[in-house]
Write a protein that binds this ligand. Structure first.
Ligand code: HEC
Ligand code: HEC
Ligand code: HEC
Ligand code: HEC
Ligand code: HEC
Length: 175
């Protein structure tokens, strides 16, 4: 009787686990299918040409936001109808219509936090990789926020500030 009870319990747990795994698998693949960038953009392809990060993210040295490049920046090189560089159909449509490409953005600041790229890139002379990781070698479009140290929340900021004897005063960032 005790044994049968144990077996039933075992099955209930297994069933529960299986259904949990199955449902989370579908939830996961569903989420991933929604997270598609509109164009298969490769950072690596462009960095291999000798481009700089700031030629597309033009606000990173002088502004608060680095910015996602506008279609007109792509159009400096990509000319629909021309053989080289190759311009996929989707990109050609945005360039011809002058519409902005609806890129998904994953690295978004909180409204109660002040963060300036200029302060970190131009004044502190930090490399983009310190905070964004190895984007230079990414062959696929970005579908999540990367932070190389793996830290979460405001520890990402505070840790580096401590190491560099920069302020950790709450009001420096929360203003
Ligand atoms: C400085 C010139 C330049 C700029 C600016 C530029 N590209 Fe490119 N792009 C190229 C070149 C050259 C290639 C081909 C690279 C290769 O074949 O390895 C390319 C390749 C591509 C490809 C792959 C095409 C294929 O079929 O293989 C895509 C997609 C693309 N670029 C999108 C973009 C987008 C989107 C932008 C704007 C955010 C952009 N490019 C800005 C020069 C540029
Ligand atoms: C040819 C233009 C171009 C160059 C050069 C370029 N980027 Fe990008 N970057 C883009 C485009 C387009 C996107 C949006 C599509 C994507 O996420 O793949 C993007 C997205 C990003 C994002 C993600 C933004 C977010 O919140 O989702 C980061 C971070 C980034 N780039 C950093 C860099 C760094 C660092 C370099 C230099 C190593 C660089 N980029 C060089 C065009 C460029
Ligand atoms: C000290 C860390 C740090 C450095 C260095 C840094 N970034 Fe960022 N970046 C961030 C944070 C944090 C965000 C989130 C947006 C915010 O808070 O405004 C961000 C957002 C972005 C975005 C998303 C669009 C935007 O403007 O918010 C892009 C693109 C980007 N960074 C590119 C770059 C490039 C290119 C460099 C190097 C020239 C760079 N970043 C250097 C921390 C950094
Ligand atoms: C990789 C190191 C690093 C990271 C990560 C970093 N910072 Fe900084 N931060 C610095 C340095 C270095 C300075 C000093 C720049 C200077 O000389 O003015 C600074 C300065 C600042 C300042 C100006 C401080 C003052 O004295 O007024 C603010 C605000 C700030 N950072 C906010 C942030 C926020 C918000 C984050 C996280 C999203 C962050 N920082 C992440 C290195 C970093
Ligand atoms: C160097 C910048 C920096 C400093 C200094 C700082 N914070 Fe933050 N704080 C942040 C960032 C960035 C976030 C948002 C983290 C995230 O993206 O989840 C945050 C989030 C928070 C949150 C959570 C709110 C939320 O979004 O969930 C609280 C509470 C908070 N900070 C309190 C403080 C207090 C209290 C101090 C002083 C002891 C302080 N912070 C100092 C950058 C900073």
């Amino acid at each position: 009787m005790i044994l049968r009870h144990a077996i039933t319990k075992h099955w209930v747990v297994t069933l529960f686990l299986v259904s949990f795994l199955v449902s989370s698998f579908f939830a996961f693949s569903d989420r991933n299918s929604k997270l598609q960038q509109p164009i298969a953009f490769s950072h690596k392809k462009h960095m291999d040409l000798g481009m700089e990060c700031v030629s597309c993210h033009i606000g990173a040295e002088e502004g608060i936001h680095a910015g996602i490049p506008k279609t007109e920046i792509c159009a400096r090189c990509h000319v629909p109808g021309q053989d080289y560089p190759p311009t996929p159909k989707e990109l050609a449509q945005y360039i011809e219509s002058g519409k902005e490409i609806p890129w998904l953005q994953f690295q978004v600041g909180k409204r109660h936090v002040y963060f300036s790229h200029r302060r970190h890139v131009k004044i502190a002379q930090l490399d983009c990789t310190e905070c964004h990781g190895d984007i230079r070698n990414m062959d696929q479009p970005i579908t999540r926020a990367y932070f190389p140290s793996g830290q979460k929340g405001m520890n990402r900021c505070i840790d580096c500030h401590r190491r560099n004897q920069v302020t950790t005063d709450c009001y420096a960032c929360h203003r």
